[in-house]
Design a protein around this ligand. Structure first.
Ligand code: CP3
Length: 333
């Protein structure tokens, strides 16, 4: 069993495996080299050979315990024929959503459009480097995808005032998302993903009263689906105010935490395995600070099943030597 599975399934507290969100990406010169020649990000995600190569880049440099497939949560709306572009220095930009068109789409068309993502997972999982490591597949949570599909770009700090105005439109999207998220998860698992992580990057934007409808129930439904396939599922409801309540209702196999929540509260309140927490900005400081801050998390979760990770993705300006140092700190602890 891989170290991450030992922590999640056996609740092993003797080991602390490590992987990093966005570990395959812009802080690596070898990624930037490929990216320079491939200006269309979606096309790059759909190039199974390059996607597999990028996925493995960080594992060739650092002693990480997992590969997370190089893709994006927005491949799902792309698979649903919504236009998705990534504009330099701006982020994602989506096209108009035509629900009547989307409603006509079937599993076959969807899978055909993004089939290379599954082929990339299959290539990665067959690679020698993966021995005794985990291959992590992922999806965006329904709430976060709903935001991108309606807002058509990152929401920054708050939702538009009229976001909830068309309730029946929102409910139709949620039903479509549930169907295709399950298809997307199933195909990733069938092609070698051993763990699924659900990214809910915008969980923190919702008011308490809206959590059941948009986060708890739709995510619980997905979590139960992944569990029914006998695959562990990690949830990352970033900046949700109450992680304890989330865990009690949604019951993921492990919970990934952001950097604004106090890890001492988490270790006191939560019984399931925990992942992450360290502020990615710490990797922009110096080795001494990095060691001190990483040890803080290692000490707090010493007797708790814990997977080391950050509280959000690694920043593009990170020096790879700091990443190397972080992995060594965790491995030598
Ligand atoms: O973690 C990994 O290494 C695997 C690959 C991965 C990417 N995106 C590649 C990527 C994963 C797991 C994601 C998830 C993702 N994508 C999330 C959830 C996690 C989070 O960061 O909150 C979200 C919200 C997205 C949507 C998205 N994709 C945004 C907002 C952006 C632009 C901002 C940014 O960070 O550049 C992307 C682009 C993106 N996704 C890049 C990468 C490597 C950068 C593309 C580039 O090279 O220009």
């Amino acid at each position: 069993m891989s170290p991450i599975s030992k922590v999640i399934i056996n609740k092993d507290t003797n080991i602390t495996p490590i992987w990093i969100m966005r570990q395959a990406g812009r802080y690596l010169p070898e990624f930037r080299e490929i990216r320079k020649k491939n200006t269309d990000f979606i096309k790059l995600c759909l190039n199974e050979k390059l996607s597999a190569e990028i996925t493995l880049q960080p594992l060739k440099r650092f002693n990480l315990d997992a590969a997370i497939i190089f893709s994006d949560i927005l491949m799902l709306p792309y698979g649903l024929n919504q236009k998705v572009e990534f504009k330099k220095n701006f982020g994602p930009l989506l096209g108009e959503l035509n629900l009547d068109e989307v409603s006509k789409l079937n599993e076959f068309d969807f899978v055909k459009k993004i089939n290379s993502v599954y082929k990339a997972i299959s290539l990665v999982s067959k690679n020698e480097i993966i021995k005794n490591k985990s291959v992590i597949g992922f999806v965006g949570a329904p709430w976060t995808l709903l935001i991108y599909m309606i807002n058509r770009q990152s929401p920054k700090l708050k939702l538009k005032n009229d976001f909830f105005k068309d309730n029946s439109f929102i409910n139709r999207i949620l039903i479509i998302l549930e169907k295709f998220l399950k298809i997307h998860i199933k195909h990733q698992i069938d092609n070698g993903a051993q763990i699924i992580q659900i990214f809910d990057s915008w969980a923190g934007l919702l008011e308490e009263k809206d959590l059941p409808n948009y986060i708890f129930f739709p995510t619980l439904n997905l979590v139960e689906y992944v569990k029914s396939l006998n695959v562990p599922v990690i949830c990352f409801p970033r900046e949700i105010k109450n992680y304890k309540e989330f865990c009690e209702i949604v019951k993921p196999d492990a919970i990934s935490i952001d950097y604004n929540v106090d890890p001492k509260d988490i270790v006191r309140d939560i019984r399931i395995p925990v992942q992450g927490g360290l502020d990615p900005k710490i990797l922009l400081t110096d080795k001494e600070t990095l060691k001190k801050e990483a040890k803080k998390y290692l000490d707090i979760f010493k007797d708790h099943p814990y997977i080391f990770n950050l509280g959000h993705g690694v920043l593009p300006e990170t020096n790879p030597s700091m990443m190397d140092y972080l992995v060594k700190i965790v491995k030598d602890y």
